[in-house]
Design a protein around this ligand. Structure first.
Ligand SMILES: *Cc1c(COP(=O)(O)O)cnc(C)c1O
Length: 229
């Protein structure tokens, strides 16, 4: 199943890149493997996937004990401050930095271990009550403050767009996230040059690619639906 799904996802990515006049290599597919067993991840690896997304620190720790191959792990879920320390050295990006306090925790824990964290700032593009992240109008201020943290490198912005039936409904949000990134870059804030946009999931990744996504996070479309126990 995973192999077949990946073929279809890859074909859809390729076509979205083509429509947008973008190079395929400028979009990276993150296979979101949360709740899924390592056997399914191995199947994805056989199709060439090396980039995985998880939303719980403990699940990353457990899976890394079994999958010792050189993989790129991404933390994409809400991160509690008392879990930050366990994440050092384990992930290439933290996509879900949703408060200044969390960024400060990352600074102190990573500094102590002599590491620098590559992060994305999570933006709640549609102002949904239920979602984490900065409001768009608060984001520049957050960037300015996080820019002062020497062990935190801001690589870009991330969003979890609303759940919609028609992905076209999210186009405006993806476009606005990209605009926000460009606007903040244009302020010439010291240490800030962001070029990553983490946006698009199973339901809307093609639209996100058309609007400039550099990381897309696809779970269900690769591994099938999740059962939460
Ligand atoms: C679970 C999750 C995804 C993947 O969602 P699908 O709809 O299954 O593709 C993407 N991003 C985040 C932050 C997630 O938590």
């Amino acid at each position: 199943m995973v192999t077949e799904n990946l073929k279809q996802v890859e074909e859809r990515i390729r076509r979205a890149c083509e429509r947008a006049g973008r190079k395929r290599k400028d979009v990276t597919l993150i296979a979101v493997s949360k709740t899924k067993p390592v056997e399914m991840m191995r199947e994805a690896m056989e199709s060439g996937i090396v980039t995985f997304g998880e939303n719980k620190v403990q699940e990353i720790v457990n899976k890394q004990k079994i999958l010792t191959e050189p993989l790129q792990w991404h933390m994409i879920g809400h991160l509690q401050r008392n879990k930050v320390r366990s994440l050092a050295g384990r992930v290439v990006r933290i996509h879900s930095v949703d408060s200044l306090r969390l960024a400060e925790q990352i600074q102190s824990d990573f500094a102590r271990l002599g590491e620098t964290a590559d992060i994305l700032i999570e933006v709640n593009v549609a102002g949904e009550e239920s979602k984490y992240g900065f409001r768009p109008e608060e984001t520049e201020e957050a960037v300015r403050k996080m820019a002062l943290l020497p062990n935190v490198r801001i690589r870009g912005l991330m969003t979890i767009a609303p759940y919609v039936e028609d992905p076209e409904e999210n186009r405006v949000h993806f476009r606005n996230l990209r605009k926000l990134l460009v606007d903040i870059n244009n302020k010439n804030i010291d240490n800030i040059s962001m070029d990553e946009l983490s946006m698009g999931m199973t339901g809307d990744y093609e639209t996100a690619i058309e609007e400039g996504a550099t990381w897309i996070r696809v779970g269900t479309g690769i591994f099938g639906s999740r059962i939460y126990l």
